[in-house]
Ligand binder design. Structure first.
Ligand SMILES: O=C(O)CCC(=O)C(=O)O
Ligand SMILES: [Fe+2]
Length: 351
């Protein structure tokens, strides 16, 4: 069974164990001065037709420049976001570790309480070395309803299961709204991306990053892009999520109370034929405070074949990505590990 990072952190270590030490090239660089650049914020309240055009333009710019943006006035009650963060934090910080271990998940992508999501190796003097993330998590299978079994989720606090179920339903509605706006921002039919994805397979992962004694040597979550279509993320006020801008600059996403962060994922990159790239991101740790985030992933079914939208392909704009059956993409992702964007880049026809 994998060690939980929280038990290591609570044992009062002053150094992190060697398997959590990143090689020099992937260690985080801490920003001391305020960063000049920040993730765009898009107000979704203006759903009347005249404003919709300017919302679409802002979305187009954010998707091209960042592959990520915050949304405000998104229709999800702020009290629900706060309650879910509170319930998640209570599971991680108030439940004794032996009780949490009753919910242990067995392998990558299975439901439950775990720590090592990603098998990743880095080469150290020709020996393959596995580097672990400084993170524990709880993964919930939430949609379609046939996958949702709240009995597998924590039963404390008392409203935990109901909150996760309500949150799942709200995130589905928001993901549909956003995929429609993103499609339209490319001049496509509103339903174009959602039709290509099909019924959403939705997972909700609550991540808990304990304080880390050596934050300059570790990552809470190594660099990756999410493999599905679209991810909706909320975090607490601690901060630590970073997105890669322009392929070379890590920018910290400043927590914005009540906003929801939208991250474009790999299948949207394929469907839009690379007009919008998926967002590469990672989480850093800090020495003082534990951090909590909730990521809601919206993926195709494993049997769905994903290819660039036919509306975007013509004689002067050829398909840039190979078609892929989503289940094959997922298997290969877990076999190779994330490694930034190497999985999606491997599908490029002419890299
Ligand atoms: O903790 C975060 O902010 C990032 C989580 C994430 O990227 C993921 O779960 O895929
Ligand atoms: Fe992610």
């Amino acid at each position: 069974m994998t060690t939980r990072v929280q038990s290591l952190a609570q044992s009062g270590l002053s150094r992190v164990p060697p398997q959590y030490i990143q090689p020099p090239q992937t260690r985080p660089v801490r920003h001391t001065a305020p960063e000049p650049d920040s993730i765009p914020v898009i107000d979704l309240s203006s759903f009347d037709p005249t404003q919709r055009a300017s919302t679409r333009d802002s979305i187009a710019r954010a998707c091209r420049e960042w592959g990520a943006f915050h949304v405000t006035n998104h229709g999800v009650p702020p009290s629900l976001l706060a309650s879910l963060r509170r319930a998640g934090l209570s599971f991680f910080s108030d439940t004794p570790i032996p009780d949490k271990l009753r919910y242990s998940c067995s392998a990558a992508a299975s439901e439950g309480y775990g720590s090592k999501m990603l098998a990743t190796t880095t080469s150290d003097q020709n020996d393959a070395v596995q580097v672990l993330d400084w993170r524990d998590y709880f993964d919930h299978h939430t949609l379609p309803l046939s996958r949702r079994n709240p009995n597998r989720w924590p039963e404390f606090p008392a409203d935990y299961r109901e909150l996760v179920a309500t949150y799942s339903d709200e995130m589905k509605i928001l993901a549909q709204k956003l995929l429609a706006l993103i499609s339209e921002s490319l001049g496509l039919r509103a339903s174009c991306i959602e039709d290509a994805v099909g019924e959403f397979y939705q997972n909700i992962t609550i991540s808990y990053y304990p304080p880390c004694p050596e934050p300059d040597l570790t990552l809470g979550l190594q660099s990756h892009s999410d493999m599905g279509a679209i991810t909706l993320l909320i975090q607490d006020d601690v901060g630590g999520l970073q997105v890669l801008k322009g392929g070379n600059k890590w920018v910290t996403v400043q927590p914005l109370s009540d906003a929801i962060l939208v991250l474009l994922a790999d299948q949207t990159e394929i469907i839009t034929n690379g007009k919008y790239r998926s967002c590469e991101h990672r989480a850093i740790t800090n020495p003082d405070r534990a951090r909590l985030s909730v990521a809601t992933f919206h993926d195709p079914a494993k049997t769905v074949k994903i290819s660039p939208a036919s509306e975007l392909i013509n004689d002067s704009s050829l398909a840039k990505y190979r078609d892929v059956v989503y289940g094959d993409y997922v298997s290969s992702w877990y076999t190779k590990g994330p490694g930034g964007k190497r999985n999606i880049d491997a599908l490029l026809l002419d890299p």
